[in-house]
Design a protein around this ligand. Structure first.
Ligand code: HEC
Length: 156
């Protein structure tokens, strides 16, 4: 019963989403706590993909060009996801979060860093598609610098 009820709500939500797509942008969450949860989960899945590539770049696991390219594709897609979770009113700085208030005092810088990560992730995706290990290593390191740079400024 409960599942059926949830499914019903899911279908209604899906219909509403489809209907509203052309009208206004629709967040995948509707309050500050959910916004924090959303961005943390997105960052976490993004990191899962990045970590596998990191293990290969460091030589902790054997380099596999096919798997690397798959992870690079998912990573590039995922780098676009977390940021909307910072812009929800009330999610600033939010509950149960490591996000520092400095983010919202320096919003343009934060957004630039998020965009740079996406640019670097696309470059990594391109390098991975060519399979050239030295290009891949360079592109990976460029992407990795974004993580640390932003965390140093904006993460507790
Ligand atoms: C534009 C800034 C920015 C960039 C770039 C960035 N992060 Fe973060 N990251 C944050 C902030 C802010 C938090 C804290 C989010 C919170 O707790 O609400 C965070 C949190 C995380 C978390 C913890 C998520 C959780 O479960 O609470 C992980 C994992 C993470 N980042 C991985 C990465 C990796 C890997 C990269 C680079 C590939 C990266 N981040 C790049 C800002 C950034």
């Amino acid at each position: 019963m409960k599942f059926a009820a949830q499914l019903g709500i899911g279908l209604v939500t899906a219909t509403l989403l489809t209907m509203s797509l052309s009208a206004t942008a629709q967040h995948a969450f509707n309050n500050a706590d959910k916004a924090v949860e959303y961005r943390q989960k997105a960052l976490s899945i993004m990191q899962n993909n990045f970590a596998v590539m990191g293990d290969m770049v460091k030589g902790d696991i054997e380099f596999d060009g096919v798997i690397f390219a798959e992870r690079a594709n998912d990573f590039a897609a995922l780098t676009a996801i977390p940021w909307v979770g910072f812009s929800q009113p009330g999610a600033q700085p939010g509950n149960n979060t490591d996000a520092l208030p400095a983010i919202w005092d320096n919003w343009e810088d934060f957004v630039e860093r998020a965009e740079q990560l996406q640019t670097d992730a696309k470059a990594l995706q391109t390098a991975a598609a060519t399979g050239d290990e030295s290009n891949i290593r360079q592109a990976f390191m460029a992407a990795a610098r974004n993580c640390k740079g932003c965390h140093d400024q904006y993460k507790d």
